[in-house]
Ligand binder design. Structure first.
Ligand SMILES: [Zn+2]
Ligand SMILES: [Zn+2]
Length: 232
C-alpha cells in the first residue's frame, strides 16, 4: 500500500494517530505558527495545518484534540513523501539526496553548507561505483544528470562546502598536468613553434582538460632539452 494514498493513512504514518477524527477546515487567520521538525505548523481554531518544508505535499490537517496525542513513529515529523524516501534510503548517497530534496527550499545561497562528517566520495549503489560527493549533490539538487565530460567544481573557497549554489559545472577538471601533456607541450612549442593559445586549445582537444596559459609557460620554462628524450 502506498502511504501517500489517503490522508487518514498519512495521519497514522506521520503522527501515529490510529483513529483520527475528521479535522475541520482551517478558517480565519492563523493563531500561532511554529516549527515541528520538517513541518511549518499553523494553528487555527480546532485544527493544526502542517506543511512540510519540502513543499511536495498538501498540508496535513490534524484536529486539535488529536494534535495532543501525536508521536514520532519515525525519526522526525515530515510529510509522507519525505518519510517514504527516508525509509528507502540505504546508503549515505541516498540519504544525502533525500535530505537535499527535502530541504531544497531551505538551503540558502549566502552561506556554506557542510556535511556532519565530510567525505569526498560516496558509494553509488545503483551503478555499483563511486561518485564524487559534489557531483552527487549537484545532480540531486538541480535534478540534472551530468555527462561524463562535465565536472563539478566549487565557486567558494571553502574546501568542505557542498552548498549546491556554490557549485558549478566545467568542461574539464582544472590542473593535473600529466607527463604526457608536458611532453606534448614541449614538443609542440619547441619543434612545431606553436603559441601558448594554440597549445592550450590542442590540450583541450586531445585530453579534455583546460590548462592555463601560465601553466604552459611554466612547463616551457622548466623544460630541459633532455626531457623530450626521457619522456619519449
Ligand atoms: Zn516533505
Ligand atoms: Zn561554500
Amino acid at each position: 500500500m502506498n502511504i501517500t494514498e489517503n490522508p487518514q493513512n498519512a495521519l497514522f504514518t506521520v503522527f501515529g494517530l490510529l483513529d483520527p477524527t475528521e479535522p475541520p477546515k482551517p478558517r480565519g487567520a492563523s493563531q500561532r505558527a511554529f516549527r515541528l521538525d520538517s513541518f511549518y505548523v499553523d494553528e487555527y481554531r480546532g485544527v493544526f495545518s502542517c506543511a512540510c518544508a519540502c513543499g511536495r505535499s498538501e498540508p496535513l490537517l490534524v484536529a486539535s484534540d488529536d494534535f495532543r496525542k501525536i508521536n514520532r513513529l519515525n525519526h522526525l515529523y515530515a510529510c509522507p513523501v519525505c518519510i517514504q524516501e527516508f525509509k528507502s534510503a540505504k546508503t549515505m548517497k541516498d540519504k544525502l539526496e533525500v535530505w537535499l530534496r527535502q530541504n531544497k527550499r531551505e538551503i540558502e545561497a549566502d552561506q556554506h553548507l557542510h556535511l556532519p562528517k565530510h567525505t569526498e566520495i560516496l558509494f553509488d549503489a545503483s551503478s555499483g561505483t563511486t561518485i564524487r560527493t559534489r557531483r552527487a549533490v549537484f545532480q540531486a539538487f538541480f535534478e540534472d544528470e551530468l555527462a561524463s565530460k562535465q565536472f563539478v567544481m566549487t565557486k567558494c573557497n571553502d574546501e568542505f562546502c557542498i552548498n549546491p549554489y556554490h557549485l558549478m559545472i566545467c568542461r574539464s577538471p582544472a590542473g593535473k598536468i600529466t607527463p604526457e601533456m608536458k611532453h606534448d607541450v614541449v614538443v609542440w612549442s619547441s619543434t612545431l613553434g606553436w603559441s601558448n593559445l594554440k597549445i592550450q586549445h590542442q590540450i583541450q582537444l586531445k585530453y579534455g582538460r583546460s590548462v592555463s596559459k601560465r601553466s604552459i609557460s611554466n612547463i616551457k620554462r622548466s623544460w630541459q632539452p633532455s626531457d623530450v628524450m626521457k619522456m619519449s
